[in-house]
Design a protein around this ligand. Structure first.
Ligand code: GLU
Length: 306
């Protein structure tokens, strides 16, 4: 069978504007897709209106444009895909791969934050009041190859709790939606931050339960600040400065272990930096850990970088 065309994606949750760490992920996934002569997609994972300031989506798309990162297909919004998630949930419920859960936060707390599992054993009828839906993980020792980190082994269930796929408040959860859309969009390769490494084995199970083979994964180290915390809204990472895209891209390339020519810092258009990056992209130069990627952290340039 012919190998399918490479399809990669960048899938931010619009909880705020892009920061330097998200630019690094976006650039890595763009470069991997371009190196494979494939397609690069952008998908807004806007599933939780309570955590998403309304302006964030526009800010993210504007930042990507300013940095010359244009998707090969129209941007997808998960907020418009509820029917597909509902269908997937119904098929998982019918196949006994998902179950209704009425546990309260208090009950979960009393069980050290873990799901006590009685609702998995004694199915609850749909009309029994508000409930979440959880995916029923199989006990397994999952083995898979990360394209950067090599062989991975994760003991599922012994380490994890059955993931919620529909929240009690009625919101579809990331774990389900990410898989349904990667399947629907024919994504063959996922490049993302290693903070999501632990999610991979359970997502692989959801792919298989929905009848699909999982894509390949490549997890890049997350970018950390001077205190060693992942750049994020919680760690108060500053928004990307969209007026300095060339400097941002050069620093992102450095964080990805590439060695951009010093003259690129004086390029007049972002396309010059992106062309150079595409022509010189070396996956083998990617750092394996955040510590190795450190020194190029967002917002806090060392004096020699300025
Ligand atoms: N939307 C997720 C996030 O922003 C990433 C999804 C993924 O790459 O699997 O953390």
């Amino acid at each position: 069978m012919a190998t399918p065309r490479y399809r990669g994606r960048f899938a931010p949750s619009p909880t705020g504007p892009l920061h330097f760490g998200s630019l690094v992920s976006a650039l890595a996934s763009w470069l991997e897709a371009k190196a494979a002569h494939g397609d690069w997609l952008v998908r807004l994972e806007d599933l939780d209106p309570l955590r998403e300031p309304p302006e964030a989506t526009g800010q993210i798309l504007h930042s990507l444009e300013c940095h010359g990162l244009f998707p090969d297909e129209p941007v997808r919004f998960q907020s418009r895909r509820h029917d597909a998630y509902q269908q997937a949930i119904e098929s998982l419920l019918n196949a006994n791969k998902a179950y209704r859960c009425r546990c309260s936060r208090k009950q979960l707390r009393a069980n050290h934050g873990y799901h006590p599992n009685h609702c998995r054993q004694q199915p609850i009828p749909p009309d029994k009041g508000p409930h979440a839906i959880r995916f029923a993980l199989d006990d397994e020792s999952a083995q898979w190859q990360d394209l950067l980190l090599g062989p991975q082994c994760q003991t599922v269930r012994a380490e994890l709790d059955d993931p919620v796929i529909l929240r009690k408040e009625g919101f579809y959860a990331y774990q389900l939606a990410v898989v349904v859309d990667d399947m629907d969009q024919g994504v063959t390769h996922v490049v993302r931050g290693s903070d999501l490494l632990d999610m991979t084995a359970q997502q692989q199970q959801i792919f298989r339960a929905l009848g699909a083979e999982p894509p390949q994964w490549l997890h890049i180290p997350v970018i950390v600040n001077a205190q060693g915390q992942k750049l994020s809204k919680q760690s108060h990472a500053p928004a990307l400065d969209d007026t300095r895209p060339i400097g941002n891209l050069v620093r992102a390339l450095q964080a990805l272990g590439q060695q951009p020519e010093p003259s690129l810092a004086h390029a007049s258009v972002v396309e010059d930096v992106l062309h150079w990056a595409q022509a010189h992209w070396q996956r083998s130069a990617l750092p394996l850990t955040s510590r190795q990627a450190h020194g190029i952290t967002g917002g806090t340039l060392s004096p020699s970088d300025q």
